[in-house]
Design a protein around this ligand. Structure first.
Ligand SMILES: CC(C)(COP(=O)(O)OP(=O)(O)OC[C@H]1O[C@@H](n2cnc3c(N)ncnc32)[C@H](O)[C@@H]1OP(=O)(O)O)[C@@H](O)C(=O)NCCC(=O)NCCS
Length: 166
């Protein structure tokens, strides 16, 4: 059974290992195999900041003990009205609705928290991600480097109607 939860600081090691591995499973992430941007200590701090200070929002998805997805939403503005997120599902578990469930969770949280806008950078060829986001109300934004990243945005107007879906 899939369980989605906010991670504890003790899960930092596993998250870093997961994302370093996942970087090699997709050509659509900003980092490659072993290239995840944070060290275990930094990841731990990130989790603590999310949990204690509300400086972001993080989710892990597990099937039993196995970590199969991670999502991290971080503020783009100091008031946290605008945010961006990164989402990664293990390749072994793509296409099983896990990304959809993670997104529903984060949108419910964002709605509750009063965020006005959520952005995501998507590779123009990442059809699965674009479909996932479009189905939840995200629309292409104008800015973005068309070759490597396409910005998608969930506008405020869509937020209320989406909150009930989570
Ligand atoms: C993109 C990603 C998050 C989707 O998560 P997922 O759990 O596989 O997605 P879901 O099973 O919930 O399906 C979401 C949508 O993608 C579609 N999809 C899934 N795999 C697909 C594939 N290989 N090709 C085309 N569409 C695909 C599904 O059909 C679904 O769309 P639909 O409901 O309109 O049919 C996941 O594939 C992933 O982590 N990929 C690598 C990293 C990445 O690209 N992250 C996103 C960066 S923006």
């Amino acid at each position: 059974m899939l369980e989605i939860a906010v991670p504890q600081p003790g899960e930092a090691v596993e998250i870093v290992a997961f994302l370093n591995r996942a970087g090699g499973e997709s050509s659509f992430l900003a980092f490659g195999a072993g290239g995840y941007v944070y060290t275990v200590e930094e990841q731990k701090t990130l989790i603590e900041d999310c949990r204690e200070r509300g400086d972001g929002y993080m989710l892990n998805a597990r099937i039993g003990e196995m970590l199969v997805a991670n999502l991290y939403l971080f503020p783009l503005t100091h008031d946290f009205k605008s945010a961006e997120f990164g989402l990664c599902v293990a390749k072994s578990h793509w296409g099983r609705g896990i990304g959809t469930r993670m997104l529903a969770h984060v949108l419910a949280w964002a709605s509750h928290r009063g965020l006005e806008e959520i952005c995501i950078q998507v590779h123009p060829k990442n059809v699965a991600a674009q479909r996932l986001y479009a189905r939840h109300g995200f629309a292409p934004a104008e800015e973005g480097d068309a070759e490597s990243a396409m910005a998608m945005r969930l506008p405020t107007a869509s937020r209320e109607s989406l909150a009930g879906q989570a």
